[in-house]
Write a protein that binds this ligand. Structure first.
Ligand code: AMP
Length: 195
């Protein structure tokens, strides 16, 4: 299965993508984690991305599309993958369609996690205290949300138009949310949209 998680920062995409990866046996690919480890390693990619990430802005489409092209071509992704944090712009979504065209089944589903904004802000402040992620700094949080609304939220309509979107209530226990995801995927499978 080829699955995308959509949703604002702090909506639980990373947690749910990892759990779903274990259930399905396909890799969860987090572009944010790839970039953070590149920053830690001081690689050319990390040096390019660091300041942008710390400002709460998006790394360029060209860079991200090249990164995901290579990643989904790796052998471990041949049976499917779960994307967490990509695509984040309509340009990235269109590029992903092109990359996947003629290369196995299309997308199975796009899972859109929704959590009220006030809860998101609380969670990101908590993560800033507990994990010290530099882009969860209080001054960056509002910018990340602004960028999400402006550039990423339109992807919900993009994928709704392709009949791939499943809205998932992202409030509640982790296991409750996982159950909702499994139900949405069962619907996607039974409607013949997937492989
Ligand atoms: P995340 O862990 O998904 O919240 O990503 C952390 C940061 O990495 C984002 O705020 C962006 O600066 C950058 N990033 C991750 N994925 C993308 C993407 N698909 N396009 C552009 N920037 C990204």
């Amino acid at each position: 299965m080829r699955i995308i998680f959509l949703g604002p920062p702090g909506s639980g995409k990373g947690t749910q993508a990892k759990l779903l990866s274990e259930r399905l046996g396909v890799p969860a690919i987090s572009t944010g984690e790839i970039l953070r480890s590149a920053v830690r390693a001081g690689s050319p990619l990390g040096l390019q991305a660091k300041a942008t990430m710390e400002a709460g802005e998006l790394v360029s489409d060209d860079l991200m599309i090249a990164l995901i092209r290579d990643r989904i071509a790796s052998p471990d992704a041949s049976r499917g993958f779960i994307l967490d944090g990509f695509p984040r712009t309509v340009e990235q979504a269109a590029a992903l369609e092109k990359l996947m065209a003629g290369n196995g089944p299309g997308l199975s589903a796009v899972l859109n996690l929704s959590v009220p904004e006030a809860v998101i802000v609380d969670r990101l402040h908590g993560r800033s205290r507990d994990e010290g992620r530099s882009d969860d700094r209080p001054e960056t949080i509002l910018e990340r949300l602004r960028v999400y609304h402006q550039k990423t939220e339109p992807l919900a309509d993009f994928y709704r138009g392709r009949r791939l979107l499943a809205d998932i209530n992202g409030m509640g226990d982790v296991s409750e949310i996982s159950d909702r995801i499994d139900q949405a995927l069962a619907v996607a499978v039974s409607s013949g949209r997937t492989a």
